[in-house]
Design a protein around this ligand. Structure first.
Ligand code: 13P
Length: 249
């Protein structure tokens, strides 16, 4: 997968009709993108509309924001990794801070989800990040590495090396308060050192994305920071003009 990776997490925004309108505008202003990977994580119910809008633009990938950790069963409202793959998802977010804090997703569940996704042929994007009080207590590395360890726990080194990592400090998500490029590099560097212990040489080529109040004004600087291999973008990915600017940053 080509780096940098620019990922749009639409969260609970843009149903099929809004997605079609988004792509009419976005595609008209975005000539063929080369030398980077661009992936959209729309709501699962919008995935089909996004894929249809992108059918002549195979350079864009799609994924889902969430899967359950079981293959099937009586879990009303949930979708499985296998279903996501069947529906054309190439990637899936795991352990986003909103899933952890609002929906009780545990460290252990993130590990099971990564395992289910890889078994189904979907690449997990494992999200990690500390809360403000944890940062203020100097616990950033400890929290991030704990989440990383749990998320990759069921995987052998070769499998773990295929997982994408997104560092999203919780205090920077949707707050307008972005980590500085130096903050991002510090934490990404700690993640990469930990990965080297866990998966060996391949850690050097694994992608570590930054997320949290990325916008068209700061994307280029963040992307230029050492150890930042891509961006995971929420709010600014919802607007075609902002997203075009970030994709080309
Ligand atoms: P914002 O870009 O809106 O801060 O959201 C970041 C995020 O949570 C992406 O997954």
């Amino acid at each position: 997968m080509l780096k940098p990776i620019l990922a749009a997490n639409w969260k609970m925004h843009h149903g099929p009709t809004e997605a079609r309108a988004f792509f009419r505008d976005f595609l008209a202003h975005t000539p063929r993108v080369t030398g980077r990977t661009v992936v959209f994580f729309p709501p699962a119910i919008t995935l089909r509309a996004v894929q249809e809008a992108l059918q002549d633009r195979p350079e864009f990938l799609t994924g889902v924001q969430h899967v359950h950790d079981q293959a099937s069963g009586a879990f009303t409202g949930e979708i499985s990794a296998g279903m996501a793959r069947d529906a054309g998802a190439r990637m899936a977010l795991v352990g986003h801070s909103e899933r952890r804090t609002l929906f009780g997703e545990t460290d252990e569940a993130t590990g099971r989800k990564c395992e289910m996704l890889l078994r189904a042929g979907v690449i997990p994007m494992l999200c990690v990040g500390e809360r403000l009080e944890e940062r203020e207590q100097g616990m950033t590395e400890q929290v991030v590495l704990r989440q990383l360890e749990a998320g990759l726990a069921p995987l052998d080194a070769a499998q773990a090396a295929t997982v994408l990592i997104a560092y999203e400090p919780v205090w920077a998500i949707g707050t307008g308060r972005t980590a500085t490029p130096e903050d991002a590099t510090t934490v990404h560097g700690a993640i990469r050192r930990w990965l080297r212990e866990r998966v060996g040489e391949k850690a050097a080529t694994m992608a570590i994305l930054y997320g949290g109040s990325v916008n068209r004004g700061n994307a280029k600087l963040l992307l230029a920071a050492p150890d930042v291999d891509g961006l995971l973008v929420g709010g600014a990915s919802l607007d075609p003009s902002n997203w075009t600017a970030i994709v080309n940053a």
